[in-house]
Design a protein around this ligand. Sequence first.
Ligand code: CA
Length: 229
Amino acid sequence: MQHILIIEDERAIAELERDYLESHGYQVHIEGRGDIGLKKALDGQYDLIILDVMLPKMDGFEICREIRQQHNVPILMVTSKKEDIDKIRGLGLGADDYITKPFSPSELVARVKAHLSRYERLTSNKDSHNDFIQIRGLCIDRPARRVTIHDEEAMLTSKEYDLLLLLASHPNRVFDKMELFERIWGLDSNGDTATVTVHIRRLREKIEHDPSNPQYIETVWGVGYRFKV
Ligand code: CA
């Protein structure tokens, strides 16, 4: 059975979410305070976290950042404010998805299901040959060689696409620039690791909300890059 933690101070909303999730076979725990919620989330016994933004003691942004530094667990953020959405998308907090209040419980259940199965795929088979790779709003459609960010198409060149696909197919694995160059361009081609740097920069301009604060392709200083999950 999969365990879900709801961090939400509005009891009525939390209980509504819990009832729906339980009726779909999930085991649910509710925590009303931000600081305690974070502690529970870091215990590592939950398969997914539903995290409200406005919370007493510690807000959802901070909690999300802290969880993400230690855990790969899917995080679904809940907010009632439109202004929060840009923050969730742009800050590189590492949230997988967000949902705005009011939402229908069935929509919540559908998102929870989708993220749980995506994480299962990612963690059980990192070299999987799935047709789609979906991570925090970014979707790679392999058969079509097409990339969308929050349903908007990113127009990538062939090399940019190959680079993104290689990184995203091996989430959290660090690639050094020479390896990327060899695998994408081939040893015999003209160019060097600076080519990789240039392509990563262009790729970020196309897929990142804020290229100077990337939430997908992370620079590992002195080494290379990795696709963050
Ligand atoms: Ca709240």
